[in-house]
Design a protein around this ligand. Structure first.
Ligand code: HEC
Length: 144
């Protein structure tokens, strides 16, 4: 039968528009815990004891690419590699509100994680200097 490919295409289009072939929850519809998370007390105004030297940025990049890239993406924009099954998708670290956070806030969020999401507290694994290296490196992603 000559017309069956058209029937197949029409079926696929119908399935697609009915949502059967799409992800269960489109990315833009996801909730965020981090976006509204207030960093408590004095933590937000903590200043980095470590300058953003070439060495710090190189170390930050190395650390980021090992531990953070899988979720937040090489560019920091997220949405590249991670499973769609996360309830809270990894934040786009280049978003204006994240870029607008203080160094102390980013350091605290990296250290303590975002409770109830896949963002774990990194302070047990990464020493203080490496977490500041990450803050320094994330600033370069936000500046791109
Ligand atoms: C397993 C996935 C995963 C990994 C690995 C991961 N994150 Fe996250 N990250 C998340 C999720 C999920 C959130 C919270 C998203 C939300 O609630 O909007 C988040 C939130 C954040 C935030 C807060 C952003 C905001 O909205 O203020 C920062 C900063 C951050 N991550 C940095 C890092 C850094 C640095 C690393 C590596 C040490 C890292 N993350 C590793 C998943 C991950």
């Amino acid at each position: 039968m000559k017309s069956w490919p058209i029937a197949v295409i029409l079926l696929l289009v119908a399935l697609g528009s009915a949502g059967c072939l799409q992800a269960e929850k489109p990315m833009e519809a996801r909730p965020s815990k981090a976006a509204t998370l207030k960093v408590p007390g004095e933590n937000a105004s903590v200043q980095s004891p470590f300058q953003a030297t070439a060495d710090s940025l190189a170390e930050g990049k190395r650390t980021y690419n090992i531990y953070c890239k899988t979720c937040h993406g090489e560019s920091g924009k997220g949405g590249e590699t991670v499973t769609q099954r996360f309830e809270y998708l990894p934040a786009d670290l280049t978003r204006p509100d994240v870029a607008g956070r203080t160094d102390g806030e980013l350091f605290w969020l990296i250290s303590k994680g975002v409770n109830g999401t896949e963002m774990l507290p990194w302070e047990d694994l990464l020493g203080e200097e490496r977490r500041w290296d990450l803050v320094n490196y994330i600033r370069t992603l936000q500046a791109k």
